[in-house]
Design a protein around this ligand. Structure first.
Ligand SMILES: Nc1ncnc2c1ncn2[C@@H]1O[C@H](COP(=O)(O)OP(=O)(O)OP(=O)(O)O)[C@@H](O)[C@H]1O
Ligand SMILES: [Mg+2]
Length: 233
């Protein structure tokens, strides 16, 4: 079997708040294979966002190791890690996190600029992806001139700009009405089913989590259950 695209081994994350130490993650191991669709569920404060941040190497664990395509991140410095992360992972957030003074096109072009892609090519790629998410007629709009669902589609287009293997989404439909949320989920499902993307998604909604091949349940920073399409472990 090919090596996991992301692997975490006995991860612990302790936030040191002086007198109080918060054990946000308490010994988590998980393999994410290429083409996986994993949803992460659990009560508020159970460590879902922290796990997603560690899995995507935004946050270094207090102990344990994270491997991206087999490479241990503890051996990488922050700038090396940023490069690996930028090429491998695209992020979608609950609050979209778009740059407010840039229009949709410029937002999608931004990660390509960071990757050193020439201007003409940046524009061509960004326009193509915006068309894929149904926003060809909104490329000049700034985030505050777009609906929530449209903003999230711009954010998805931005995540896809560098053609990452893995899409990481933290409650991507959390701020959307159900129709817009459904549209976003369709796009995410299509990225998995037809574009071969690996998906890691945090959600509170069981009906959304069920779209995944694997549902990972967290409680108090530990994995308490893993459900695989119809099978429980
Ligand atoms: N930067 C931080 N500093 C200190 N404590 C933190 C920090 N980030 C998270 N925590 C704590 O770690 C625990 C896990 O937080 P996390 O954000 O991962 O939860 P979550 O499962 O995503 O919750 P929610 O469903 O509300 O988003 C919480 O108790 C939280 O208060
Ligand atoms: Mg969270």
């Amino acid at each position: 079997m090919a090596q996991p695209v992301i692997k975490v081994e006995n991860i612990k994350k302790v936030f040191d708040m002086g007198e109080v130490k918060v054990r946000a993650l308490d010994g988590i191991s998980l393999d994410v294979e290429k083409g996986d669709f994993v949803s992460i569920m659990g009560p508020s404060g159970s460590g879902k966002t922290t796990l997603l941040d560690v899995l995507s190497a935004l946050l270094r664990p207090s102990s344990g190791e994270v491997y991206i395509n087999g490479r241990p991140i503890s051996k990488m410095d922050d700038s090396g890690l940023a490069v690996v992360r930028g090429q491998t992972i695209g992020f979608i957030f609950q609050t979209f996190n778009l740059v407010s003074r840039m229009n949709a096109l410029e937002n999608v072009m931004l990660p390509l600029w960071f990757q050193g892609v020439p201007a003409g090519k940046r524009k061509k790629i960004a326009l193509e992806i915006l068309e894929d998410v149904g926003l060809s007629d909104r490329v000049d709009h700034k985030p505050n001139q777009l609906s929530g669902g449209q903003r999230q589609r711009v954010a998805i287009a931005r995540a896809l700009a560098v053609d990452p293997d893995v899409i990481v989404a933290d409650e991507p439909t959390g701020n959307l009405d159900s129709a817009s949320g459904e549209q976003i989920l369709k796009i995410i499902q299509d990225l998995h089913d037809n574009k071969g993307k690996t998906i890691l998604m945090v959600t509170h909604e069981p009906s959304i989590a069920e779209k995944a091949e694997r549902m990972v349940f967290l409680k108090d920073g530990k994995i308490v259950k893993i459900l695989e399409k119809g099978v429980s472990k």
